[in-house]
Design a protein around this ligand. Structure first.
Ligand code: NAD
Length: 485
């Protein structure tokens, strides 16, 4: 399989350093070796982005033309659904049907959303002062460093590119070294959309080398990162030191609260979708299931029965629901959370490898009674849910908020009063009520607490990728004090 070390102003670079092995996690076979972008290559990519920004072909392009280019990016992505999905499946083990049905259309939608958004964006005008008009304009910030994770590379990487360039910026994206192939191909695909050279550049490599060099580069004006909380801390520290604005979208351990008056079947469906979609490797996974005592036995029995029937296997088989974890190492990490003794919890189903070959894990449910249990606190990032039973509504809020994360909460109840109270009490950037994941691109999606700082979303991305300029103009010639006259 062809590998891309870097794509810089339309040029493909395949030479580099310290090759990264790319393994198909469904078969444990080596599919490619990807040479890492050296420091010089990172510098070259940033220089190309800087040059394109300063020359201004994209920054100053009339908005209708910029919208047309962004929409062409979307159309090209739609047209390339088969090859993009194929490569993403090989590299990540995500089920092909989910990639085709969700990730690739979502990538195209990201470009269409920001094309629409910039057509309606406005500045501000203050005219309260009798002598002056003061306008607040927003200008693109410059060169954006975009660092993306492996769990849904094309969907998440495309969001970063679309939101950065829509406002007139140039960018350099560094995908995860674990799953670089899909987003590299996507950058190639959108190269035919009419973007001026140097607006979108890509460098592949490891985080501590290629990624760090990119974030630190003096010609990078802002940083957007999605990934784990420990890396987010490192990136915030670097960006803070260099006074670069940074958005960090980090891990989660989201509570899924099921009250006893919930629509039982809907809550059950939602809980299964919440933890098992995307092979369970989702920041927004409903990985802590809180169920009220009156319905707990019935819920556990139904959940376990359904989880055991879920098809785990070849991600290319249309019947597959859960494919392999992204790597053997990650599979072992997920399985390391299986309780070793009663104090750590009781495994109700799963908790084992599935199959001899490939990084497969059985859908797993562990019941805990101690909210400080490791499985209830740590992000596992696999098809692995922890379940606790609660008595009162107050208990549910306390347990849900007993977490260092605050990305998402889910709540299921047919009482409007309960829903309204819950959405107020839960400490999370997003609360999904009586629904599994529902992504409204206009609204912010970002974490509270250790789940992040800043967010995606229309206004939020505009705020991050542009900077405000306040301009005051007298309404008429004004007499000025004549110093020294
Ligand atoms: P990770 O933190 O290991 O890596 C993310 C990216 O950061 C990779 O591209 C990596 O190469 C790069 N990186 C690592 N160290 C770096 C450094 N010092 N400087 C610059 N770049 C560096 O995360 P991951 O394992 O790829 O992704 C999984 C994590 O992402 C999970 O915690 C998940 O919850 C989180 N995530 C969050 C969201 C969200 O929207 N909040 C979405 C998806 C995933």
């Amino acid at each position: 399989m062809d590998t891309i070390t870097a794509l810089i102003a339309g040029e493909t670079i395949t030479r580099g350093e310290a090759p990264i092995p790319i393994i198909d996690p469904a078969t444990d076979t080596l599919v490619a070796e990807l040479p890492e972008a050296s420091g010089d290559t990172v510098d070259h990519a940033v220089a190309a982005a800087r040059r394109s920004f300063e020359e201004g072909a994209w920054r100053t392009m009339p908005v209708e033309q910029r919208q047309a280019v962004l929409r062409r990016c979307a159309d090209l992505i739609d047209a390339a659904v088969e090859p993009l999905a194929d490569i993403e499946c090989t590299n990540t083990g995500l089920p092909l049907a989910q990639i085709k049905g969700r990730s690739i259309p979502r990538a195209a939608d990201n470009f269409r959303f920001f094309a629409d958004y910039i057509g309606q964006a406005t500045g501000r005008l203050y005219e309260q002062h009798p002598d002056y008009l003061t306008m607040v304009r927003r200008e693109p910030i410059g060169v954006a460093a975009l660092i993306s994770p492996w769990n849904s590379p094309i969907a998440l990487g495309s969001m970063k590119i679309a939101s950065a360039i829509a406002f007139g910026n140039s960018c350099v994206i560094k995908p995860s070294e674990q799953a670089p192939l899909g987003i590299s191909r996507l950058v190639e695909v959108i190269g035919a959309a009419g973007l001026p050279p140097g607006v979108v550049n890509l460098v592949n490599g490891r985080g501590h080398s290629t990624g760090d060099r990119l974030v630190r580069h003096p010609d990078v004006d802002c940083v957007a990162f999605t990934g784990g909380t420990p890396t987010g801390r490192v990136i915030m520290r670097t960006a803070g030191e260099l006074l670069k604005p940074a958005v960090v979208e980090l891990g989660g351990k989201s509570a899924n609260i099921i009250f006893d008056d919930a629509d039982f079947e809907a809550a059950l469906d939602g809980a299964l979708l919440g933890i098992f979609t995307n092979n369970g490797q989702q920041c927004l996974a409903g990985s802590r299931i809180l169920v009220q005592r009156g319905i707990a036995d019935r819920f556990v029995e139904a959940f376990v029965e359904r989880a055991r029937r879920i098809r785990v296997g070849d991600p290319r088989d249309p019947a597959t629901v859960i494919g392999p974890m992204v790597s053997q190492r990650h599979r072992d990490h997920v399985l390391s959370f299986v309780p070793g003794g009663a104090a750590e919890g009781e495994t109700l189903t799963g908790g084992r490898r599935a199959g001899e070959v490939g990084a497969y894990v059985e859908p797993t449910l562990v019941r805990v009674s101690d909210p400080d249990a490791r499985v209830f606190q740590e992000e596992i990032f696999g098809p692995f849910a922890a379940l606790m039973v609660f008595d009162t509504d107050e208990d549910a809020y306390c347990l849900a908020n007993h977490s260092r994360f605050g990305l998402v909460s889910y709540v299921w109840s047919q009482s409007l009063q309960r829903i309204m109270t819950a959405q107020e009490r839960l400490q999370a950037g997003t609360v999904w009520c009586n629904t599994p994941m529902m992504r409204e691109l206009r609204a912010p999606f970002g974490g509270w607490k250790e789940s992040g700082i800043g967010a995606d979303g229309g206004l939020e991305c505009e705020a991050h990728y542009t900077r405000a300029k306040t301009v005051s103009v007298p309404r008429r010639p004004l007499p000025l004090r004549k110093l020294g006259a």
